[in-house]
Ligand binder design. Structure first.
Ligand SMILES: [Mn+2]
Length: 325
């Protein structure tokens, strides 16, 4: 690991122009890590040009620094591109990334696509932000961070760890979090930005709690189609965040929220305790982490199919592991 980190720092030093990219449909870890790394590079190498362009954004992260619009392709041609938190090249949020002189991938998703000239993937890290802060701490004498960057990285860390609650959290994660809080980070404000709910969302949450279903062996699920979403007047992102409503049901070690998209496809967010579900997501144009994955379904019929696979998975798991809830 140390060797690859050295290689990355060497590359960063070589370039005068560096572009940091994230993935489409960005989340807190994606945007926070991008802005955090941008802050580190700006602060440590003030002469370099560091860009963080984005085509896609999400409104609930507007409280962080905004990213610039897509760059001219010519800038890519002379730049080092660092892509964060993005497993496959199809998901990179730029149509010009391939023009880069060189590309570095830094990620924590299960590796399916080594699109970088350097690929630094640590699937044990619960958030890309942890990898970025670890990188900073490895080269403490050469790299710096400001409280603006610390705020972005802390936001990234808490979103991908569910506020340090997921099983992927390690002592390293807490160390990294503790380090970030040595900066002036107002985490009460961050929490308010991330976790206060609109009334509409809360009401849909109530509806979901009353009406979700479970499969024979306990997979909990709910389908938010356009009709329900319009009725409650909430955005696709807000709808998708409701997957967490289903995360604490005894016996339901797998839970899924389906959300119909504008184009009629259905995005599935799949989560679990103990059970590996990423391979099932892979069967439906998706992937992610062992216990937190996404998939894209082309029609409603596929809801039944993926639920059947997940139900089988849960049945086998319960047979082998009995008592675990
Ligand atoms: Mn992530």
């Amino acid at each position: 690991m140390k060797e690859i980190k050295k290689q990355i720092l060497k590359k960063i030093k070589e370039y005068d122009s560096i572009i940091i990219l994230g993935h489409q449909r960005p989340d807190g870890d994606c945007i926070g890590s991008v802005l955090g790394l941008k802050d580190i590079l700006n602060t440590s190498f003030p002469k370099k040009k560091v860009y963080a362009p984005a085509n896609d954004s999400v409104s609930y992260l507007d409280f962080l620094e905004s990213r610039e619009k897509e760059l001219q392709p010519e800038i890519y041609q002379e730049s080092l591109v660092i892509v964060l938190d993005t497993a496959t090249k199809e998901r990179i949020d730029s149509k010009y990334y391939h023009l880069a002189k060189e590309t570095i991938k830094i990620d924590h998703h299960l590796p399916v696509d080594d699109y970088g000239d350097i690929n630094y993937v640590d699937v044990k890290a619960p958030a890309t932000a942890e990898i970025i802060v670890d990188f900073l701490l490895t080269f403490k004498k050469q790299l710096k961070l400001t409280s603006k960057g610390a705020k972005a990285l802390f936001t990234a860390l808490i979103t991908d760890t569910g506020r340090f609650r997921y099983s992927s959290v390690t002592s390293k994660t807490l160390e990294v979090g503790a380090y970030l809080l040595t900066y002036d980070v107002d985490f009460e404000k961050i929490y308010n930005n991330l976790y206060l709910k609109d009334l509409e969302v809360l009401k849909l949450e109530g509806y979901l709690n009353l009406n979700f279903k479970t499969t024979e062996n306990g997979v909990a699920y709910f389908y938010i189609d356009k009709k329900i979403r319009n009725q409650y007047n909430i955005s696709i992102e807000d709808a998708a965040s409701l997957v967490n409503c289903l995360d604490s049901i005894k016996g339901s070690l797998i839970w899924v929220l389906f959300v119909e998209q504008e184009d009629g496809t259905i995005r599935a967010r799949i989560r679990s305790r103990y059970v590996t579900i990423s391979d099932v997501a892979n069967n439906y144009r998706g992937g992610g982490h062992k216990q937190a994955s996404g998939a894209t379904l082309l029609e409603e019929k596929e809801i039944t199919l993926i639920l059947k696979e997940l139900d089988m998975r849960l049945k086998e798991f319960k047979k082998e592991n009995g008592g675990l809830m």
